[in-house]
Design a binder for this molecule. Structure first.
Ligand code: GAR
Length: 266
C-alpha cells in the first residue's frame, strides 16, 4: 500500500475546509491522513469536528497568552532560543512605517505562543501542516522550525481571494467591496509575509450584480473545499517544486520570485 502523507491541521473557526480534507482522506480521494488538529481558539467548532473522527486535538489560546504578556511581561518569557534582532530582520509582515514597539510586541508574543504550538505538535510525525482557516500570522520563529528543507516548504494555507490581491483577514469581503467582477481562492505555501508565499493553486468565480458578501462567500467556500484537497494530493504525489525565477525587466532591473512548478504525474 502507498504510504500516506501525514497532515497536521491548524484552524481557528468552523472548520468547513478541515471537514472537506477529512472527507477526502476518508473517501480515499487523497493519499493523506490527518494526524492532529490544533487551534488558537478554544471555541473553534472545527475542534469538535476533529473529535468526531477521533483525531487528536489541542488548543494554544493565543488571546490569553497575548493578554498575560501585556499584563506582566516577565510572567511569560520568550523561548530560550528566541533572538529578537534575528526575527526582526527576517519578518516581512510589517513595513518600515509600522510602530517599532508594535512589531517587537508581535514578535515576542507570537514566539511564546508558537513555542507552545511546536510543543503540542511534537508528539506527531507530520509531513505537511495545513492552515485551514487559521487566522494567525506566523513569525519566522515558527516557520523556520517547520520548514527545514528550503526546496520543499511544509506549511500550506488557503486564502479567500485571488492572491496577490486582497491578502489579510477578509478576502471575500475585500473582493466584494472593491467591486471586482471575479473572485476566487488561493492555496499557497507560507513564507515570512502575509499571504505572500508561492502559489500552488487557484479557483475563480464570477461575481454578479445581485451578489452579496454572503453569496460570494458561499460560492467561494465550495471551490475551497475542492481546491485544498487537490493541492494536498499534489504534495502527497511529490509534484510540487519551488523554484526561484528571475526575469529581466526594463532599465536593466530584475524581478525574482519563488514560484511553484507542478510536475507531471508519475
Ligand atoms: C475560509 O474561507 C478560508 O479561506 C479563510 O477562512 C475561512 C475558514 O472557513 N482563511 C483565511 O481568511 C486565512 N487568512 P472554515 O473554518 O469553514 O474552513
Amino acid at each position: 500500500m502507498k504510504k500516506k502523507l501525514n497532515v497536521g491541521a491548524l484552524i481557528s473557526g468552523g472548520g468547513t475546509n478541515l471537514q472537506a480534507i477529512i472527507d477526502a482522506c476518508r473517501r480515499g480521494k487523497i493519499d493523506a491522513k490527518i494526524v492532529f488538529v490544533g487551534s488558537d481558539n478554544p471555541d473553534a467548532y472545527g475542534i469538535q469536528r476533529a473529535g468526531k473522527y477521533h483525531i487528536p486535538t489541542f488548543i494554544v489560546d493565543y488571546r490569553s497568552i497575548i493578554r498575560q504578556v501585556k499584563e506582566n511581561p516577565s510572567a511569560l518569557p520568550p523561548p530560550d532560543d528566541f533572538d529578537l534582532q534575528t526575527q526582526l530582520q527576517k519578518q516581512t509582515l510589517f513595513g518600515s512605517d509600522t510602530d517599532p514597539q508594535r512589531v517587537r510586541d508581535f514578535m515576542i508574543t507570537r514566539a511564546i505562543a508558537e513555542a507552545r504550538l511546536l510543543e503540542e505538535m511534537k508528539p506527531y510525525k507530520f509531513d505537511l501542516l495545513v492552515l485551514a482557516g487559521f487566522m494567525r500570522n506566523f513569525s519566522p520563529y515558527f516557520i523556520d522550525k517547520v520548514n527545514t528543507n528550503p526546496e520543499l516548504p511544509r506549511i500550506m494555507n488557503i486564502h479567500p481571494a485571488l492572491l496577490p490581491s486582497f491578502p489579510g483577514v477578509d478576502g471575500y469581503g475585500d473582493t466584494f467591496r472593491y467591486g471586482c467582477k471575479v473572485g476566487g481562492c488561493t492555496v499557497h505555501f507560507v513564507d515570512y509575509g502575509e499571504d505572500s508565499g508561492p502559489i500552488i493553486g487557484q479557483r475563480a468565480f464570477k461575481i454578479f450584480p445581485h451578489d452579496t458578501i454572503e453569496s460570494i462567500k458561499e460560492r467561494g467556500l465550495k471551490l475551497e473545499w475542492e481546491l485544498y484537497p487537490e493541492c494536498i494530493q499534489l504534495y502527497a504525489e511529490g509534484r510540487l517544486k519551488v523554484v526561484r525565477k528571475t526575469y529581466q525587466m526594463r532599465a536593466g532591473k530584475t524581478w525574482t520570485r519563488a514560484v511553484v512548478e507542478i510536475l507531471p504525474p508519475g
